[in-house]
Design a protein around this ligand. Structure first.
Ligand code: GDU
Length: 348
């Protein structure tokens, strides 16, 4: 059984929610973050401080960058790390098209450094944050893990794909590695306490946080990208998954890695249900009792029509499935937003 888990990108949206679940499951957490897209500094992260508040446990935290190999090496020297969950990455699709080298350096080199340091410390267990974006435009729905990957239209997505290829080569070359790659569908929602949630420091473009800003009156209107898709209501379809369900998927993956040698395994983490933009807006308005003014505009470049998971494999092999509804995703996100309209407390 593992004890100590290193969480890279621990101060971020998914990382911080996963840390709560790891602490609740009894793991020791060492978290690192470079604050590329999260609030915090050398003294720590407000998200992680609140994760401690929620769980009554403590987290060891370092402000650290995976591109700084000596610094990461020191952390591995100091702690006996049993397993790594690797969230840390840049993730903005648009930015990745403008700054491909930044994305390749950060995401690919960061991963390379991490794997080398792990190997030199005899740590061969890792859970990797992948994305449904590796599938590109779906050839059939729902998407199973056997669907072809690699036909991707953006640089961010290609970094995820390249890393998965790298992990395949690594596990083929050295049997000691024990790797799970989790392909996330669309994470939304927040911890039900309202204490932690999504608060990126970069401009965000995802649907749920944007919609919440409109509902709060901070943005005038939600632009819906396209109502001429080949879907029942003409808007795009995604598989939205509650971030706490996503978090529990990581704990399930850790549990499997700690008791089995899997080599390399890949799992979809989704609900298996597709929801349109219009449906999501309707549910959000209903459960939050707010009005979200919308305006239809042209399709967003690179967006796909519809995508949802077949999550059977994760259920069979990880014993994991989602339990939270679209209503809970909206209610929990809204609780976080209304309790923290300006996100986490920021220092000036
Ligand atoms: N949408 C709008 N208006 C907005 C924002 C989004 O109509 O202001 C629509 C999109 O067109 C899409 C849906 O809402 O149909 C969801 O969009 P998101 O931006 O929230 O999510 P994506 O599915 O586009 O993004 C996901 C991941 C990214 C990346 C991307 C790959 O969140 O990290 O993997 O897929 O294309």
């Amino acid at each position: 059984q593992f004890r100590t888990v290193l969480v890279t990108g621990g101060a971020g949206y998914i990382g911080s929610h996963c840390v709560v679940d790891l602490l609740d499951a009894g793991y020791e957490v060492v978290a690192i973050d470079n604050f590329a897209n999260a609030v915090g500094d050398e003294e720590g992260s407000p998200a992680l401080a609140r994760a401690e508040q929620i769980t009554g446990k403590t987290i060891t935290f370092y402000k650290a960058d995976l591109l700084d190999k000596p610094q990461i090496n020191d952390i591995f020297d100091k702690h006996s790390i049993d397993c790594v969950i690797h969230f840390a990455a840049l993730k903005a699709v648009g930015e990745s098209m403008q700054q491909p080298l930044l994305y390749y350096q950060n995401n690919l080199l960061g991963m390379l450094n991490l794997l080398e340091i792990m190997r030199s410390h005899n740590c061969y267990q890792i859970v990797f944050s992948s994305s449904c974006t590796v599938y590109g435009e779906p050839e059939q729905l729902p998407i199973t893990e056997t669907h072809a990957t690699g036909n991707i239209t953006n640089v961010y997505g290609r970094t995820k794909y390249f890393i998965e290829e790298m992990l395949k080569d690594l596990s083929a070359a050295d049997d000691k590695w024990n790797i799970i790659s989790l392909r996330y569908f669309n994470p939304v929602g927040a911890h039900p306490s309202g204490l932690i949630g999504e608060d990126p420091t970069k401009e965000f473009t995802n649907l749920m946080p944007f919609m919440a800003q409109v509902a709060l009156g901070k943005k005038p209107v939600l632009t819906i990208f396209g109502n001429d898709y080949n879907t029942p209501d003409g808007t795009g379809i995604r598989d939205y998954i509650h971030v706490m369900d996503l978090a529990s998927g990581h704990v399930a993956a850790l549990n499997l890695l700690s008791t089995n040698h899997v080599g390399l395994k890949v799992y979809n983490l989704g609900t298996g249900r597709g929801v349109s933009v219009k449906e999501l807006v309707d549910v959000f308005e209903r459960v939050t009792e707010t009005k979200v003014p919308t305006k239809y505009v042209a399709r967003r470049l690179g967006d796909i029509t519809a995508m949802w998971a077949d999550a059977t494999l994760a259920k069979t092999e990880l014993g994991w499935s989602t339990t939270r509804s679209i209503e809970e995703m909206c209610t929990d996100f809204w609780r976080w937003q209304t309790m923290n309209p300006d996100g986490y407390p920021k220092k000036n």
